[in-house]
Design a protein around this ligand. Structure first.
Ligand code: NDP
Length: 446
């Protein structure tokens, strides 16, 4: 089987040789799907995985804008429209200096499977720019967003492609992007998700990814008659996903002892409580400050330039960015007694790290399943926009929980091995693939 996977990858590498993150994401899926397609030849005959690995469309554009000094700045904008077999393209926008085509193609590829897992009618896409919002004034961020949307508006729409937030794109950026779209098109439609609740946004959308990943862990633990209560938890990141992961963990009785940003991590042995979390939210979302300020304020340790993986824990949530947890980190986690890793971020674990988790037979929830809560509630935001109606928090939260439970169930269905071990990675890949693949076969060679 290894040969069949290598043969498949050779073709993908030939076309995308330099795109390391994209090749990593495709390989991770091919490891599950190539053997699956051997037993289900229709997928092989129709070359479904080859087709899913080729974007339907990639848009690259210039984004010029004026900074506060009146100087011209130029960034590059992207939208990868990966797959529309089961619905309009859907996926976030990332603004970060590390953004390039490889990163966005990996994210768009993952998004196809993730969106399919939610059970909602959404295809996969992703976009963004190498623009860095850090250190920019609100006026500069607004000018950039307006310029970005001045090109993007031609390619998106409520029934075409519906972007949302991701790293560097939160409520502020979605507001500026939406305002410009509305101004150019002269229409108020659900072209973006993550909107403010007063203007078409869904309640629980900001919380959804973080809450969802904790609900997923709760489901995994429930199968072992266990829960999050009194578990020692480490979290990386301090952004949207990290914040609401921490909030839900606290609510479920776990002790969260780390939080981080790109400068290093905070170790707080007493645990982050509601007051400390409010401090983090204000620091990161309003003041746009650095996480080391937390350590100073609450008199605990800040470890500069390091990630939190050496801290002893039961459960780890890598919630910052791709490839932030490597094989050596994974060994350290397992040696220190960690028995569950759930990815709030997209592809945070390297392939070497995933193999360590699988060999140690610990619970490992891949991002495409565990962090699908965000896009699921984005899908619910689209539904509410189409209905011209808003559901209350309780209703959205119940739907989010149901979707996560259903994703967990299909992962178990396709991922359970003879030994009883549940390979959630394989389960998520196959379950996500089948729905898209069958739709593609039904729609012919397009
Ligand atoms: P935010 O921008 O809100 O926060 C990102 C956090 O990760 C910050 O603490 C940031 O630190 C840190 N970070 C970003 N890049 C790096 C890097 N290269 N090295 C170290 N730390 C880094 O983003 P989100 O919380 O929205 O996204 C986090 C992850 O979750 C991403 O992988 C994203 O794709 C994924 N995700 C997000 C969803 C959502 O709904 N927002 C949905 C599903 C997945 P600093 O402030 O120093 O940059």
């Amino acid at each position: 089987m290894k040969t069949a996977i290598q043969e498949f990858m050779k073709k993908i590498e030939l076309r995308n040789g330099h795109e390391t993150e994209f090749l990593q994401a495709v390989y991770e899926v091919a490891e599950s799907i190539v053997p699956f397609a051997e037993h289900n030849p229709k997928y092989k005959i129709h070359k479904i995985l080859e087709r899913i690995a080729e974007p339907e469309r990639v848009l690259i554009f210039r984004v010029p804008w004026l900074n506060d000094q009146g100087e011209v700045e130029i960034n590059r904008g992207y939208r990868v429209q990966m797959n529309s077999a089961i619905g309009p393209y859907k996926g976030g926008l990332r603004f970060h200096p590390s953004v390039n085509l490889s990163v966005l193609k990996f994210l768009a590829f993952e998004q196809v499977f993730k969106n399919s897992l939610t059970g909602l009618p959404m295809g996969g896409g992703k976009g963004g720019s190498d623009f860095d919002p850090k250190g920019k004034s609100d006026a500069e961020v607004m000018k950039f967003c307006q310029s970005f949307m001045t090109e993007l508006y031609r390619h998106v729409g409520a029934d075409i492609d519906v972007p949302a937030g991701d790293i560097g794109v939160g409520a502020r950026e979605i507001g500026f992007l939406f305002g410009q779209y509305k101004r150019i098109k002269g229409e108020f439609t659900g072209v973006l998700t993550g909107k403010g609740p007063e203007w078409g946004g869904s309640l629980i959308r900001p919380e959804a990814t973080g809450y969802g990943v904790v609900y997923f862990v709760a489901e995994m633990l429930k199968l072992r008659n266990d829960s999050l209560k009194d578990k020692r938890v480490i979290v990386s990141g301090a952004g949207n996903v990290a914040q609401y992961t921490i909030e839900k963990c606290i609510e479920m009785g776990a002790l969260v002892v780390t939080v981080s940003d790109s400068e290093g991590y905070v170790y707080d042995p007493e645990g982050i409580d509601a007051v400390k979390l409010a401090f983090i939210m204000d620091l990161k979302n309003q003041k746009r400050g650095r996480i080391k300020t937390y350590a100073k304020h609450f008199n605990c340790t800040f470890i500069e330039g390091q990630k939190p993986w050496s801290v002893k824990c039961d459960i780890a949530f890598p919630n910052a960015t791709q490839n932030e947890l490597d094989e050596a980190d994974a060994r350290l986690l397992v040696e220190n007694g960690c028995f569950c890793v759930a990815e709030g971020a997209n592809m945070p674990s390297t392939p070497g790290a995933i193999h360590v988790f699988e060999q140690a037979k610990i619970l490992y929830a891949p991002g495409k399943a565990a962090n699908a809560g965000g896009v699921a509630v984005s899908g619910l935001e689209m539904s509410q926009n189409s209905l011209r109606y808003s559901w209350d928090r309780e209703k959205v939260n119940i739907k989010l929980k149901q979707i996560i439970e259903q994703i967990h169930q299909v992962c178990v269905k396709y991922g359970k091995e003879e030994s009883g071990y549940i390979n959630y990675g394989r389960g998520a890949n196959i379950a996500g693939f089948v729905k898209v693949a069958d739709a593609m076969i039904a729609q012919g060679i397009v």
